[in-house]
Design a protein around this ligand. Structure first.
Ligand SMILES: [Zn+2]
Length: 430
């Protein structure tokens, strides 16, 4: 009898504790969402300014200064002029990149939010003004709770995404060790759908310079060696290979030089190629075949060929299903309906893939435009303008903030995702 009553009391006590815990969690998350709603107006104005600056890659001085200023106001320790390898960025300083840090209460995970802010020649038709301010707004919401939250928030300003294959954006920052200490990464991207898929193709470029021998094309062709034919045979070799390549593999090229006048056998030809695939290992295999095609063509023509491996390679991200599921849950918690979150489409290549190959990373694609409106098109400018795109940007900020907040308070989950990431990366080649 006594024992039963004791058991009953323990049960009741547990129930009360569970209720209190649940109430705190809800209250905290409610607080986070309220903090975002409250500050959303201010950051919409920031987004409009960046939209109007429309600065191209490596020239995002005003945009990066503005973002750094806002992060300082939020209490972040901000560092600009980041040191990077000098063979990637002239002078070895990434002048429009920055790294901002906000420590929480005691030790815990480090969650990194990336901001992009470079434009294209036609303006912010890729919506990087919304990427930077959704991340900034998420950081602003989280900043209010960090004094009671374990771990650390990093906000990294990553310039020049549009020319990512040159390595002057995220590749340089990774090589400069500015992501060090990161456990998990988050970023957003506007477009015509809600999705967390990142079908990003790994990519490597190759430029071949073929050298032959000039001679009269009609009077003495037998004395010439045709460098242009070596370039053409490279294309033919690759075309024959296509049947035996996986469907996601892309090898595409152009002829940059192919002779000067028609009555001289071309002594010099230059062709540039890119090889891509959905995973880095498959791309490297296709790349090796591409090089072999150029070598075989050179040999067949009796020409010579110069080829220098590129300085940078774009990688494809390692996607962890458990991390994607966690983010999807938080997108829904930010008010996006289940049916609206869809399978993403092929995205081409991006330096985002290199970050996603180094750390578990999720990109929240958010819908600002009707289905079918293409990124980089003039039409997209109507939707990346904050007056149109802001409500979805706020939802994306909420999804990022809720995810970061959940991870900061759950180191076991972070370790579990990291372990899965490591296993998937090991099996990439298999
Ligand atoms: Zn773009």
């Amino acid at each position: 009898m006594r024992r039963t009553r004791f058991k009953g009391l323990v049960g009741l006590f547990t129930l009360i504790l569970a209720f209190l815990w649940a109430a705190t969690v809800v209250a905290d998350e409610g607080q986070l969402l309220a903090a975002i709603d409250e500050q959303a107006g201010d950051y919409k104005a920031v987004s409009q300014k960046i939209f109007d600056f429309k600065e191209l890659g490596q020239q995002e001085f005003k945009s990066s200064q503005l973002l750094m200023e806002e992060l300082r106001k939020l209490g972040f320790k901000v560092e600009g002029d980041l040191k990077v390898p000098a063979d990637l960025v002239k002078g070895g300083v990434a002048k429009t990149a920055f790294r901002a840090e906000l420590a929480g209460k005691g030790p815990g995970p480090t969650i990194t939010i990336m901001l992009e802010y470079d434009a294209l020649p036609n303006g912010h038709s890729c919506g990087h003004n919304l990427i930077s301010t959704s991340g900034l707004l998420a950081a602003a919401g989280l900043a209010r709770l960090m004094k009671d939250t374990p771990g650390r928030l990093l906000v990294i300003g990553t310039p020049d995404e549009e020319r990512g294959s040159l390595g002057m954006g995220k590749v340089a920052l990774l090589e400069g060790n500015h992501f060090d200490g990161t456990d998990m990464v988050l970023i957003t991207h506007p477009g015509d759908l809600w999705s967390v898929d990142m079908d990003i193709l790994a990519m490597k470029r190759a430029t071949f310079v073929f050298k032959g021998k000039a001679s009269h094309a009609a009077a003495a062709p037998e004395k010439g060696i045709n460098a242009l034919d070596a370039a053409i045979q490279t294309f033919n070799g690759i075309n024959a290979l296509r049947q035996h390549l996986r469907q996601d593999v892309r090898i595409h090229g152009i002829i940059k030089k192919g002779g000067d006048v028609v009555n001289v056998v071309p002594a010099l030809a230059e062709a540039e190629f890119a090889a891509r695939a959905l995973d880095t290992a498959t791309m490297e295999d296709a790349y090796a075949k591409l090089i072999n095609c150029a070598k075989a063509a050179t040999l067949a023509e009796g020409a010579t060929m110069e080829y220098k491996p590129p300085r940078t390679t774009l990688l494809s991200p390692i996607m962890v299903p458990e991390y994607l599921a966690l983010v999807v849950r938080n997108i829904k918690a930010a008010g996006v309906k289940e049916g609206e979150i869809v399978k993403g489409t092929l995205l081409g290549s991006s330096d985002l893939g290199n970050v996603g190959h180094a750390y578990p990373t999720v990109n929240v694609s958010f819908k600002v435009a009707p289905k079918g409106v293409a990124l980089h098109s003039d039409e997209m400018l109507k939707y990346t303008a904050p007056d149109a795109g802001w409500p979805a940007t706020v939802q994306a900020a909420k999804a990022v903030a809720l995810t970061a907040y959940e991870l900061l308070r759950n180191p076991a989950k972070v370790r579990e995702i990291q372990e899965r990431f490591r296993q998937l990366k090991e099996n990439e080649r298999k």
